[in-house]
Structure formats: C-alpha cells, structure tokens
Design a protein around this ligand. Structure first.
Ligand code: F6P
Length: 465
C-alpha cells in the first residue's frame, strides 16, 4: 500500500517483471527470478528504500499466483485478462510499435491499419490504463515512477492526469523511429503515443540517435517537447556480476563441451571461432550473418576447416508466426551451409536454439570474433558483455545500426548490416587481427562497455528526475 515516506519511494513499471511463476504437476507454484539491468538497478537504491515494481502477469502460472495471493515483497503483478494482454503485447507492442521503431516492415504489403488493428489498439489502451491506475493507487505523494518501454507509452500521460503530484520518467530500451517512418502510424495513434510519452517529466533513451529521433517526432507531430526533458543513459555491462558468473563451474563445463563440438583444425591446432548470441528477434540479422560467413568461406577457402561459426539463437516471442518462421529460416540456412561445406571432421556452423546462459558465457570467453550485426538495435548488450568476459581477447564486428556503436564503434570493426560481402570482409579482417592488437582493443572495449553499470544507470535517471 501507499507509503508516507514519499522522498524515498520509487516505482518501476514494466510489462515483464522480475519474477514469474509455473504451476507444477502437484499444483504447487514454482518461482523464477529474472536478472537484467533493471533488477540490479533497483537493488542499488538500497533495501531501506521504499520501492515497488508493477508488472503484468504473463503466463497462466503468473495469473494463478495473483489469484492465490502469492507474491514477492516489492512486486505487484497485474492480472490483466489474457486476451487483452495478448492484443496489447503481441498485437500492438510487438507487431506494430516494435516494427515501427526497428523499421522492419516490408512496406508493399504491410502495415495495414484495419478494424482488427483498432480492436487491438483499444486493448493496448486498456492495458496501459490498468498500469496507470495501479501506479496511481500505490504511489505515495511526490513519489518517482519510472515507466519502461514501448509497451507502456500511454502510461505517463494517463498517470499525469490521475496524479499530477508524481515525478514521472519513461525509459525506452529500443530505438525510436525517425519521423518519416513514425508517420506510418495512423495520425491519431501517433498523437496518442507521443502525447502519452510527453506526459512524463523526463524521457530516457539509450543513445543520442534515438533521443534525437524522438525529439524530431515530437516537433513534427506534437508541437514540440513542451516541458518534457529528454536525456541519454547508455546502459553498460555489469562487470562484477559477469566476471564472477563466467568463472563458475557450469561455465567451465560448457566451455569443454563447446570445444568438443568445435574440434581441431587439420594441422592439430585450435580452430578459430566466430561467436554470436542473440534472442531471435527479427532485428538481429542472424540470417545475413550466416550468409556473410558463407561468403567468407567462398572468398577465403583457406579458412575452411579452420574456423567455426558458433551461433546461439534463443527463442523470443514465439506466439508470433513471423518469429517462428524467422527461427526456422536461421536453422535452414545454417543446415544448408553445413551440408554444402561440412566435412566428416568439420561442422562449419554450430547452432543452438535452446536458451542456456552458462553456455552463452562460455562462448563469450572462448570466442575469437564476436559478430553483432543487427539491422537496428536499441543498444545490444552482447556487444558490451563479450569484451568484459573474453579470456584472451575477442574482436568485435559491430553493426553501425546498433546503439552500442555510439560507444564502441571506434574499437570495433564496423559493418553495414545489409552488406553481406562487406561483413564477410570484416570477418576475415577480424580473424586475421594479430593477437596483441586484439587484446588491446578488447581492453579498451571493456572499459567503454562498463562505463555506466546498471546500478549507476538507474541512479542517474532517478537523480535527473
Ligand atoms: O530489448 C528491448 C526490450 O524491450 C527490453 O527492454 C525488454 O527486456 C525486452 O525487449 C522485452 O522482451 P520480451 O518481449 O521478451 O518481454
């Protein structure tokens, strides 16, 4: 319930919360705790501080937990009806707003803003309103509320009307679309999204590029920023956590297993590795990454049998057919490369699609080259995590369209993510880089990548608010 300790109270609102629940066969509830920047950020405000995380129930297990009154201290999970949530999350947030901000539409046929979209938009409004009402009810006088991401763009405006006393921030973990793309949204919807965001006192973005795009949209379609301030907070990697976690026994086991899968070169030496780790989102560009690797094997046959592409493509948003199809395409192209180039002793692409954090860290530690080539990405934390964890230095091949480019571009080999030939050239350059230069660059990348650890990232936003 609302606290009177107003100076200290901080509320966070996000679609996905820090805990989730599964119903076990015996009917008991199993709790899973998540990690990530917000979790460590929120822990940084200290255990005495009064904080509350408002999130949505996402699964049947979560809904059951709400119904049974099971919960974690400091977390309020909203039991938004499953159909309303599906329309808001899958229909609007992931199929429209994510596509707009990442510029993913194949425009000859999509988007189509029809009656079905309008129905889903009404659910998005209902879902945002449920958050705004819960926050209004929970917040103490003058509390600070930080709303996360494109799922909740209407919340700041709705909350401002309900509770003008609050300090309201919003943080975008994605890019923001430039005006020429943003204007694809129906005019009234575009105005609602901008009006919702501009209900905040302060808006945070991961890079200047996304902040400038928002400002341009506000100027063109909403008459300017009004009193809302805009700031940039480039979330960095959590070095202490990663270095410790990457040296636990399960990671060593995964490294041994991966080395087994990678095998040794014909001359008996270790094979070189190009690693990539992604949630399989449509913006990650995994297929062109595979095509670039194939091009490398064509242009530089000397690498055949001496290099392996280790690609982890973990499932994401599997309710959406385009995501399932994309994962299938990644598997198909990897398989094609393996049958075309593979030999009895060499599997050119080692692809895994089952999420395993310890194995990701193992790949970070042993990779010679990391390929991070998204067509557009808010930040991309993999680009920041690899240099922190790498054992002997890892060359970063980085897309100029990733948010991380703003901070890491100078020490990486940068690519146009659409240019498969250019990416193949960059991979060759990365594989050929002398060990000394590779280690030096990795050190400088790690320093840049950890400049703003999650705790500081979160505190900076609160202080600015
Ligand atoms: O990467 C952008 C982002 O919106 C993150 O802020 C967030 O953690 C994630 O994507 C949401 O993903 P999901 O749909 O799996 O909850």
């Amino acid at each position: 319930m609302a606290s009177t300790n107003s100076a200290a109270q901080v509320l966070v609102a996000s679609n996905r919360g820090p805990v989730s629940y599964d119903v076990r066969e015996d009917g008991s509830l199993h709790t899973k705790r998540g990690g990530g920047g917000l979790v460590s950020g929120l822990s940084a405000i200290g255990s005495d501080a009064d904080s509350l995380w408002v999130c949505s129930a996402l699964s049947e297990g979560d809904r059951e937990a709400v119904r049974r009154g099971v919960g974690e201290a400091g977390v309020r999970m909203l039991d938004i009806p499953a159909d309303v949530h599906a329309d808001a999350y899958n229909g609007v947030a992931n199929s429209v707003l994510w596509f707009i901000h990442h510029m993913l539409y194949q425009t000859p046929l999509e988007p189509v803003f029809d009656a079905e979209f309008r129905r889903q938009w009404a659910s998005y409004e209902t879902y945002n309103r449920a958050f705004a009402e819960a926050l209004a009810q929970e917040a103490a006088e003058g509390a600070a509320v930080v709303v996360q991401d494109y799922h909740l763009t209407l919340v700041p405006g709705m909350l401002r009307e309900l509770r003008p006393d609050l300090r309201i921030g919003h943080f975008s973990h994605t890019p923001w679309a430039p005006p020429e793309y943003f204007r694809m949204l129906p005019d009234d919807v575009a105005r609602q999204v901008l009006g919702g965001m501009l209900g905040a006192d302060r808006l945070g973005f991961l890079t200047h590029r996304w902040a400038d795009a928002f400002t341009a949209c506000a100027e063109q379609f909403a008459g300017g920023l009004g009193g809302t301030r805009v700031g940039v907070h480039g979330l960095g990697a959590d070095a202490d956590f990663l270095r410790e976690r990457a040296h636990e026994a399960d990671v060593d086991e995964r490294m041994a297993a991966l080395r087994e899968e990678i095998g040794t070169a014909p001359d008996g030496g270790a094979r070189r590795t190009i690693v990539r780790v992604d949630r399989t989102e449509l913006s990650k560009n995994i297929v062109r990454g595979l095509l670039a690797y194939r091009q490398l094997l064509d242009d530089h046959p000397e690498w055949r049998e001496r290099v392996v592409h280790v690609a982890f493509a973990y499932p994401s948003r599997q309710d959406l057919a385009v995501y399932r199809d994309y994962t299938a395409e990644v598997q198909r192209v990897a398989q094609e490369i393996n049958s075309e180039y593979g030999t009895p002793d060499w599997t050119p692409v080692v692809l895994h699609v089952k999420d395993d954090f310890a194995r990701s860290l193992a790949a970070y530690r042993l990779g010679d080259v990391a390929l991070v080539n998204p067509i557009r990405d808010g930040m991309n934390l993999v680009a920041k995590e690899v240099p922190v964890v790498s054992d002997e230095g890892c060359v970063l091949v980085l897309s100029r369209e990733a948010g991380a480019y703003e901070e890491l571009g100078e020490e990486a080999i940068t690519v146009n993510p659409y240019d498969v030939i250019g990416t193949a050239r960059a991979l060759n350059e990365a594989l050929s880089m002398p060990a000394g230069e590779r280690a030096e660059r990795t050190k400088r990348l790690a320093a840049a990548a950890t400049a703003l650890p999650p705790a500081q990232w979160f505190l900076d936003q609160l202080n600015a608010l």
